[in-house]
Design a protein around this ligand. Structure first.
Ligand SMILES: *Cc1c(COP(=O)(O)O)cnc(C)c1O
Length: 419
């Protein structure tokens, strides 16, 4: 596939053209879906050259798009990886069957028995399970960062981690779900550099960028090694697929591609085609969802039945979090929490009275979704841990979509009358 991403174009432009050349497919303006499991060689010697290029990176076929078998790579995957890397401002990307397949590849490729991992908290439940459930079975240690804007705290936790074993990886998710707590990305990268100078082993920094997505936060530009995005959410954007991507330097992506071949966790051709298409509109979709979110959050904040809103856009001036937000975010996203006066009964009354907004987990789709955190996304989290994370029995998480904002506000207004 052509790698025609011109570094001078803006990410919005690259999102529409990078990774696909119509000349490669009879001039078709849009790419075909390459529904094939295997690729035919022109000759035995070409087959040998392709395998040499794949395994050793040498020989006459090196550096060309060489396809062998679709679990290794296929044209739709290559198009999507080129486009995602271009949008993220990275050299290379790897795309997986889901966001968790991507997270799992990072953990299995970069954390060895005895290593420690520093991880921001709270974090997506699947990521929590990966580093505190699965990985410790292989003898790894996970140490939490609970205030990602406090350098003294992060350094102290890094010491704790180094005391348990070599620090291989720092995993951050910012903003965090559902508290909207921020981690200072540039600060974490600087601390990773310090540790590298001091110990001779610099931990990799991986940032989960799912909540804001590439048009509201750009971790590669802040020095992160691995930017992970669940493409299921804003990038896919229509609640109709699962996929996950990782962007970074070619040398840090290469081991993930090898591991993906072993695990068989590549993204299939049709899903790649759907994500490639969705990426064309993610900039405008993000913009619309974010402006809707400000309108809905403002309405809810001022409503007498609402106790509070946890929304990045409302961070108080003069706080450390606000300063980090202003430095590293270009928008507040469209996923936030609403806290009602009262508890489960009031929350259920609101949810069951909504006519337009649907009840479902997940986020980043074109439609607005709502769910009761304590009994859905945080069902298995003990009540005192939920409370520490700012989740009450009256907390509802919203993912605001792209409907007309007046219709959304009218729906919340009528539903709040039933509370
Ligand atoms: C959904 C999500 C994931 C996992 O992605 P899947 O595509 O569902 O596997 C990881 N991190 C965050 C922040 C998410 O919201």
């Amino acid at each position: 596939m052509p790698h025609d991403a011109d570094a001078n174009f803006h990410p919005e432009t690259l999102a529409i053209m990078a990774g696909y050349d119509p000349a490669s497919a009879s001039g078709a303006a849009k790419p075909p879906v390459y529904l094939t499991s295997t690729f035919v060689y022109e000759s035995a010697s070409q087959a040998r050259d392709i395998h040499e290029a794949y395994f050793l990176g040498t020989g006459p076929m090196a550096g060309q798009p060489n396809y062998i078998y679709s679990r290794l790579s296929h044209p739709n995957l290559a198009m999507l990886e080129t486009r995602l890397a271009a949008i993220d401002g990275a050299e290379r990307a790897a795309v997986f069957a889901s966001g968790m397949a991507a997270h799992s590849a990072i953990a299995l490729a970069y954390v060895r028995p005895g290593d420690s991992v520093l991880m921001s908290r709270p974090i997506y439940g699947g990521t929590e399970g990966l580093y505190n459930g699965l990985m410790p079975q292989f003898g790894t240690h996970t140490v939490p960062i609970v205030d990602g804007c406090d350098g003294a705290h992060i350094r102290a936790q890094a010491e704790l981690a180094l005391g348990k074993g070599p620090l291989a990886l720092i995993v951050i998710e910012t903003p965090a779900n559902p508290t909207a707590a921020l981690t200072d990305i540039a600060l974490v990268v600087a601390i990773a550099d310090e540790i590298g100078v001091r110990t001779g082993k610099r931990p990799l920094v991986a940032c989960d960028n799912t909540f804001l997505a590439p048009f509201a936060q750009r971790p590669v530009e802040l020095g992160v090694d691995l930017t992970m995005t669940s493409l299921t959410k804003y990038c896919g954007g229509h609640s109709d697929l699962l996929s996950g991507g990782i962007s970074g330097r070619a040398d840090v992506i290469a081991p993930l591609l090898q591991l993906r071949t072993t695990l068989g966790s590549h993204c299939d051709p049709f899903t790649c085609w759907l994500v490639l298409r969705s990426l064309e509109s993610v900039a405008v979709r993000s913009q619309r969802a974010m402006s809707n979110a400000v309108a809905v959050a403002t309405f809810l904040r001022d409503h007498p039945k609402v106790a509070g809103i946890t929304f990045l856009g409302f961070l108080a001036d003069g706080t450390p979090q606000r300063a980090v937000y202003d430095r590293q975010c270009q928008g507040a996203g469209s996923t936030f929490s609403l806290h009602l006066h009262g508890g489960q009964a009031e929350a259920f009354a609101l949810l069951d009275s909504l006519r337009l907004v649907k009840q479902a987990v997940s986020l980043g789709g074109s439609e607005t979704l709502a769910c009761h955190s304590a009994t859905t996304t945080h069902y298995s989290v003990p009540a005192h841990v939920r409370a520490a994370g700012g989740i009450t029995d009256g907390t509802i998480r919203l993912s605001v979509g792209m409907e007309h904002p007046d219709d959304l506000i009218a729906d919340f207004a009528q539903a709040l009358e039933h509370v």
